[in-house]
Design a protein around this ligand. Structure first.
Ligand code: GTP
Length: 599
């Protein structure tokens, strides 16, 4: 298309405010997708995404729209982005490929924490924002109130904000007209040496790396040799094209266009997200600005339940990393759990998704240990360490200082919950950092909090204390010294390395007590009594006992119905798959995650 008729935009929103539904309507109203093939959340192609109703990977679809205002046909590239805080990095990369963004706000809810976070990202990326109040078909919609909040946030008049329903389609065409009018066409020189940024990538088992690109200057053609500027990789373009949302081959992609490139390269590290590609002959000299690397912030051990599966787990992790650059891992050996991997994630949701994909797509049975953050440690001998596993924490006598990651948290809540949130934040070692009113009834609170507290159960507690009305966003800001100690757990007298954790000194006793109680509930009875102890160094701070069991599980079915007995046994077998023999004790998966319920 003519450069002046291209519009590249994202849809940004807080979770569940209706991004994917609006994207569906846009595909439908522009006849991009055959109505007979239309289904909900069309762009969420991963099975997990559809099941959970969340977007995990970005998508980039080409859509043609004929404006009723000027009769011209425009070529849109719609880039759908994930909404959850763990995937903020995907959002910022996608935004860098756009000139505009539809900011979707649920008219029955209002401005939420990720509305703010994503708005700031879009403004930083210099995008033209088109705010829309969504779900106006809902009886509980309060467009006036929410328009005032959005107007306040953007410094724009409230009456200019579009009111739409992604569900019924009301107002959506009007929004597309706004896109044509307000979002500038891509800049970039059609005659300059070609440059494109890789803003995402995917790994296809047969075709290798599929790089999602946005062409910034010039034209890329099928068959041409390209060079990735940071890695120096050279290859020929086997296939080039765009998404409709199916992959559609073309003979070229030109300035401003968004699409994909396939070169047959199988190694994702050779065609990295953030790199600039240019042509091998008469290529560009200067690369486009890249992205900052994302660093994992939450870590846990993943161990195969069957030791024989170790190699398969490694293969699976290697394959997943091809699709998910944010996933980090390295081998780990645990006395309790044997050979496995220490894995790093962007947050708990990311961890959960990876675990589930490993189990589903690779058919593995895993034992995951408690999630923990990464620590920096200064030793008395002047050495500096990074510790990603609490059981690697050196002896207290050797430690001069431990630093842990802190976040700046933004919480948005109806004002009646301000008191309870302050209490919660205080209990989680938070430091208050200001509060503003978004409207007469809704408040934005800022806190500095240790990331480890957020990882535990902060979000669940926030939701339960505010009946689901508060929203949270956070950003890791740096490391701070904390008075942390290592709390060990002993089962039947032996330390179980996979259960060690770092806790603030003032909380160690309380955590030790609750943890041993939780473990007593989770560890099934065995042939003999199992003492559970929590200790700091050699000092025991809490103790519980799992009493030896007496009864056969099938005893209650005697004389009764056979199928019930079989079911029970099957269930037990099912449960048993998630057990790991640790010394003399059988420990179930739940025990390793008990820390998440400490409260
Ligand atoms: P993530 O992908 O998780 O970020 O969510 P999302 O923002 O894409 O939200 P999604 O489109 O999945 O919509 C969330 C829920 O709101 C779904 O149950 C939709 O059916 C519903 N919904 C979306 N738009 C509308 C609307 O205009 N009206 C009504 N009544 N419901 C809507």
């Amino acid at each position: 298309a003519d450069q002046s008729q291209i519009r590249n935009f994202s849809i940004i929103a807080h979770i569940d405010h209706g991004k994917s539904t609006l994207a569906d309507r846009i595909l439908e109203l522009t006849q991009t997708v055959d109505p007979r093939l239309m289904r909900a959340q069309l762009l969420d192609s991963m099975e997990l995404e559809r099941e959970r109703g969340i977007t995990i990977k970005s998508q980039a679809v080409r859509v043609y729209f004929t404006s009723r205002r000027d009769g011209e046909t425009y070529q849109f590239h719609l880039i759908d982005t994930p909404g959850h805080v763990d995937f903020t990095y995907e959002v910022s990369r996608s935004l860098a490929a756009c000139e505009g963004a539809l900011l979707v706000v649920d008219a029955s809810q209002g401005v939420e924490a990720q509305t703010l976070a994503n708005t700031y990202l879009a403004v930083d990326a210099g995008l033209e924002l088109i705010p829309c109040l969504n779900k106006i078909d809902l009886p509980g919609a309060e467009p006036e109130r929410v328009a005032a909040e959005v107007a306040e946030l953007l410094g724009e008049p409230a009456d200019a904000i579009k009111r739409i329903s992604g569900k019924t389609g009301e107002g959506v065409l009007e929004v597309l007209e706004e896109l044509v009018e307000k979002v500038p066409p891509p800049e970039g020189d059609p005659d300059a040496a070609p440059r494109a940024v890789i803003f995402d990538s995917e790994f296809d088992q047969y075709r290798g790396v599929v790089a999602y690109i946005r062409v910034v200057d010039g034209t890329f053609r099928k068959g041409e040799a390209i060079r990735a500027m940071a890695t120096g990789t050279e290859a020929d373009i086997d296939d080039i094209g765009y998404f409709t949302p199916a992959m559609t081959s073309a003979d070229h992609l030109t300035v401003g266009e968004v699409g994909y490139v396939i070169t047959g390269i199988k190694d994702v590290t050779k065609l990295r997200v953030g790199d600039t590609i240019t042509t091998k002959r008469a290529g560009a000299e200067e690369a486009l600005p890249g992205y900052r690397d994302v660093q994992p912030v939450v870590f846990c051990g993943m161990f195969p339940i069957e030791a024989d599966d170790y190699g398969d787990l490694r293969d699976a992790l290697e394959k997943l990393t091809l699709n998910d650059a944010a996933l980090h891992w390295e081998p780990e050996t645990s006395d309790a759990l044997g050979f496995g991997f220490r894995c790093g994630f962007l947050g708990l949701l990311h961890m959960d998704i990876v675990r589930e994909r490993l189990e589903r797509e690779y058919d593995l049975n895993l034992m995951c240990t408690m999630p923990s953050v990464g620590f920096e440690v200064s030793l008395t001998n002047g050495e500096e360490l990074h510790v990603y596993n609490p059981s690697d924490m050196p002896e207290p006598a050797r430690i001069k200082e431990i630093r842990e990651p802190y976040v700046k948290a933004t919480i948005i809540t109806p004002k009646e919950y301000v008191g309870t949130i302050m209490e919660l934040c205080q209990d989680k070692r938070g430091e208050h950092d200001g509060m503003t009113y978004l409207s007469a009834d809704r408040v934005q609170m800022m806190y500095d909090l240790p990331l480890s507290e957020i990882v535990m159960d902060f979000f669940d507690q926030l939701k339960s204390r505010t009946r689901g009305y508060a929203s949270l966003d956070y950003e890791v800001t740096g490391m701070k010294a904390s008075n942390l100690v290592r709390l060990d757990v002993l089962l039947a007298g032996d330390v179980v390395d996979a259960l060690s954790m770092l806790v603030h000194k003032d909380k160690a006793y309380g955590v030790g007590r609750t943890l041993t109680e939780k473990l007593r509930e989770k560890i099934p009875r065995q042939q003999y009594d199992v003492p559970i102890q929590a200790a700091i160094g050699s000092h025991i701070v809490a103790r519980e006992t799992v009493k030896a069991f007496r009864k056969d599980v099938t005893a209650k079915c005697y004389g009764g119905d056979i199928s019930r007995k079989r079911k029970l046994l099957e269930k037990q077998k099912e449960g048993k798959r998630r057990m790991k023999q640790v010394g003399r004790v059988e420990v179930p998966q739940e025990a390793f995650l008990a820390v998440l319920e400490l409260g």
